[in-house]
Design a protein around this ligand. Structure first.
Ligand code: NOJ
Length: 536
């Protein structure tokens, strides 16, 4: 394994629903091929696709019915091979979503497992007898509301599912299950994919004794799933054996990447690198998503994460994904620019979610048009739970439906209201747009080794509460990043760090003067990147 790959990835972008120009409003692989020049223009180096496998789409592809084929909505295996070639020709990498924790209830494995208690595939899934009162075997909960168990009339047992009831969970205590999943991985690795983002990697193992989970005294009353402490359904020590085995398969194919989805606090998250760095290359670090958007809190999180990293582990940062509200809705449009600068100047592989580069906000989706099972299964809190607002089509231009589909085909979710002005074409013409800033940041990062692989350090200079300032350093090169999380103007004295410097970029893309390090002006909601003169 070439351990440089995670950094070489530079900035993977997650492309969920930006595939265009057909008549069914969904998007497909050939549409992505046509838009690859756009990806190249973003200077990102890898593309992660949400699941594209055959699926009844109860959870938009995260309910896989066949791990080694393409859903006809999205095209064919030939289309996939053409996409992979086109991605590689551009020097990009392609990462697939692997969903090993659960299948669709229409997957032939589950159909067989469900067919009788004696079927050899019965133990591939997690079946339990009812409790003495006939109810679910224990108190485990689904992330999507209600119990994590569904009763199967025909065979008289319950099966486990932590998401929709159409997503039964595989039993990784049965050796054939892992073998089957490794087979699916090999199928795609042999075709040439550059790696996997492994879905809910921290949930793969469950308590052998199926004990009830204790109540969570910290529960904020918001998400019903949070009512319990998930000590028997998440982050079990045995999970690491599975992850290590998967990584060994990936390593067998050379320079490939394993990214793991795990919403965990630092000490637990770090274990997913593996004791010998033999698990995930990048256990996803979601702290910037969950953080209160204040300079001090963000700095505290960055410092704590940096300090917790095991020796040799490469960091990573995530600002958005298909499960979370959009960046600009979370932090506000002005701070969206600061957040982009933060992500692209921190040490570690950044992950970006499509359309955030346009500064687009969540798109309100009326209850009647909601598609997300997390919302539909919990109607009383649907507004809060729906992930649809973050999954709407890519607005390419001002034409009907933003050029995502033809004018005659309504997209699967509505476009943002402001798409006639907030779209790729319009922002490409505007030298100060969020898109222009994103391109400038990624280009700067790619040509600046100190930003790519340099050390991270906070300078001794005291700064006001609203400011987060840090250095990225490689050899003689020192890059100073100063971010203003507030609405006030500040004059800061960085003369102890260097006598002079060169302003490389500011979030407004409108300052070019040499910076005065004795009285560096930082405007409200502004970030700047300065190359410090050597010495100092
Ligand atoms: C995590 C995925 O990111 C999410 O979209 C999905 O609903 C669940 N896993 C279940 O697969």
């Amino acid at each position: 394994m070439n351990s440089q790959f995670p950094e070489a990835v530079g900035c993977p972008i997650q492309w969920a629903k930006c595939w265009d120009r057909r008549t069914d409003g969904i998007g497909y692989l050939p549409g992505i091929i046509r838009r690859l020049d756009y990806l190249s223009s973003l200077n990102v180096t890898a593309l992660w696709l949400s699941p594209i496998y055959p699926s009844p789409m109860r959870d938009f592809g995260y309910d896989v019915a066949d791990y080694t084929a393409i859903h006809p909505w999205f095209g064919t295996l030939d289309d996939f091979d053409r996409l992979l070639d086109a991605v590689h020709v551009r020097g990009l990498r392609l990462i697939l979503d692997l969903v090993p924790n659960h299948t669709s209830d229409e997957h032939p494995w589950f159909v067989a497992s469900r067919s009788s208690r004696d079927h050899p595939k019965r133990p591939w899934y997690i079946w339990r007898d009812p409790a003495p009162d006939g109810g679910p075997p224990n108190n485990w909960l689904s992330f999507f509301g209600g119990p994590a168990w569904t009763y199967d009339e025909r065979t008289g047992q319950y099966y486990l599912h932590q998401f929709t009831r159409q997503q039964p969970e595989l039993n990784y205590r049965h050796p054939e299950v892992l073998e089957a999943m490794l087979g699916a991985m090999r199928f795609w690795l042999e075709r040439g994919v550059d790696g996997f983002r492994v879905d809910v990697v921290w949930l793969l193992m469950k308590d052998r004794d199926f004990r009830d989970e204790p109540l969570n005294p910290q529960w904020d009353g918001l998400k019903p799933h949070g009512r319990l402490q998930h000590i028997y359904t998440a982050n079990l020590p045995e999970t690491h054996d599975v992850v290590r085995t998967m990584r060994a398969v990936i390593d067998g194919y050379g320079d490939r990447l394993m990214v793991g989805e795990a919403y965990l606090p630092n000490p637990d998250l770090m274990r997913y690198y593996g004791r010998f760095l033999d698990e995930c290359h990048l256990p996803m670090n979601f702290q910037l998503i969950s953080s209160e958007w204040r300079a001090r809190e963000v700095r505290r999180r960055v410092d704590a994460y940096e300090a917790a990293l095991p020796p040799g582990a490469w960091p990573n940062w995530v600002l958005g994904n298909h499960d979370q509200p959009r960046l600009a809705s979370r932090v506000g449009p002005e701070q969206g620019r600061v957040a982009a600068m933060l992500l692209l100047t921190l040490r570690g592989t950044p992950t970006w979610y499509y359309v955030d580069e346009l500064g687009m906000q969540d798109v309100p989706i009326p209850v009647g048009q909601m598609k997300d099972p997390q919302a539909l299964n919990q109607p009383e809190i649907a507004d809060r739970m729906s992930r649809d607002p973050t999954r709407t089509p890519m607005p390419w231009d001002a034409s009907p439906y933003g050029g995502f589909t033809g004018a005659d085909a309504e997209p699967w979710l509505p476009l943002a209201e402001d798409y006639p002005t907030r779209n790729v074409e319009a922002q490409s013409r505007d030298g100060r747009s969020p898109l222009a800033l994103f391109r400038a940041l990624t280009a700067l990062r790619q040509r600046t080794p100190a930003l790519m692989i340099g050390d991270y350090r906070v300078p001794a200079t005291p700064v006001p509460d609203d400011i987060f300032a840090y250095l990225r350093m490689l050899g003689e090169a020192r890059i100073l990043v100063v971010l203003n999380f507030g609405a006030g103007l500040h004059r800061l004295d960085f003369s102890a760090a260097a006598r002079c410097g060169e302003l490389l970029l500011c979030t407004g893309l409108d300052r070019f003067e040499p910076p005065d390090l004795r009285a560096l002006v930082i405007r409200p909601n502004e970030g700047v990147i300065i190359r410090l003169a050597p010495g100092g």
